[in-house]
Write a protein that binds this ligand. Structure first.
Ligand SMILES: Cc1cc2nc3c(=O)[nH]c(=O)nc-3n(C[C@H](O)[C@H](O)[C@H](O)COP(=O)(O)O)c2cc1C
Length: 332
């Protein structure tokens, strides 16, 4: 079980989730510069909009950093174009991170390019498949904020995967808001942790100010699993802060705000899957406020480097890797 730090070339086995809209290059670079793995949310970005964020990412850090893509949102053809663009426009230290399983051809293409691959899964079969194809496996439990890949609790899934995959690099995700909770995930068998909600409140995150303050004020009973925020990403349940919209999905589907993504203006319909960012205006409190059960332990906004430092004290670094556990032995 190699530490995530040794596989990805980090100082600490901590991954920041690439969160569409929230995790731009400022957050990703700040996290990577602090020694963890930052990641930008690629989500639906393509062409010049994706190029712009990749250029800022590469110029903002010379440390390992990631780009997150979501196969089921864009479909196989658009995913192929996004992957090709990331491989063409970034150096080797930039890894690819996927939410959910891509096709086997995508695994092959990324590993053939010599890039590290991180895949977030919610089930044992997907975790085994991703590990067999050389990925760092992120095991997401139902405590997680955002879209949910499975139905198991984090440490049950981590433990089940560890039993089957003694040598894989396994990262736990979902409900981790404190170093103590991170230590519990390590005890369940993880080699590192991935945090989403904890970085929503980072100073460098692009979450709307009212979204950040709602997260710091919330405890885990304020989150619900719902399927109402489906415009743009249908058919998957998500954990969000309870809102008037989760309470009453029969509200009319009309526009409730405006936003700007990489310079282009968009209207935001009620039930949109898009999170409110610092470029969004309108009825923020009715929008998709993705939030994990981790929020109970997240009580203040902070610079990204402080968040990394707080977790670093319980997480493995690369020095904990023994000589017979070098990363190349785990890339198939
Ligand atoms: C605001 C927000 C947006 C998210 N967007 C993405 C995304 O675009 N891609 C992705 O892989 N995961 C995304 N996630 C899910 C995370 O990868 C991860 O599963 C989750 O944050 C872990 O639980 P935690 O929030 O309690 O740390 C998002 C999570 C949040 C809170």
């Amino acid at each position: 079980m190699p530490s995530a730090a040794s596989v990805l070339g980090l100082r600490v086995s901590l991954l920041q989730s690439g969160m569409g809209g929230v995790a731009g290059s400022e957050l990703a670079c700040a996290v990577s510069n602090a020694g963890a793995a930052g990641c930008v949310g690629g989500y639906k970005l393509a062409g010049s909009a994706l190029s712009a964020i990749l250029a800022r990412l590469v110029s903002g850090t010379d440390r390992p950093v990631g780009v997150n893509l979501i196969p089921e949102v864009v479909g196989p053809d658009e995913l192929d174009r996004q992957v090709a663009q990331v491989l063409d426009e970034t150096p080797h230290r930039v890894h690819l991170s996927f939410f959910g399983m891509p096709d086997d051809a995508v695994f092959d293409r990324v590993t053939a390019a010599g890039r590290q691959l991180v895949v977030q899964v919610g089930s044992v079969p997907d975790g085994v498949h991703a590990a067999d194809r050389g990925a760092v496996v992120v095991a997401q439990g139902i405590e997680a904020g955002g879209h949910l890949l499975g139905t198991q609790r984090r440490d049950d899934l981590v433990g089940a995967l560890r039993a089957l995959l003694p040598d894989a690099c396994l990262v736990a995700s979902g409900g981790i808001g404190s170093p103590e909770e991170a230590a519990r995930a390590l005890a369940a068998g993880a080699d590192g942790v991935l945090l989403g909600t904890a970085f929503v409140v980072a100073h460098q995150a692009r979450a709307h100010a009212r979204f950040k303050s709602a997260v710091t004020a919330a405890d885990q009973a304020d989150t619900v699993i719902s399927d109402v925020y489906e415009i743009g990403w249908p058919g998957r349940r998500h954990r969000v802060l309870a809102t008037a919209v989760t309470a009453d999905p029969s509200l009319p589907a009309k526009f409730i705000g405006k936003t700007v993504v990489e310079g282009k203006p968009y209207l935001v319909p009620r039930f949109s899957a898009a999170v409110p960012t610092d470029a969004t205006s309108g009825r923020i409190e009715e929008m998709a406020l993705y939030c994990g059960q981790s929020c109970g332990e997240i009580t203040e906004e902070a610079p990204a480097a402080d968040i990394v430092a707080a977790f670093a004290r319980v997480l493995p670094g690369p020095e904990t890797v023994k000589s017979n556990e070098r990363p190349e032995h785990h890339v198939h």
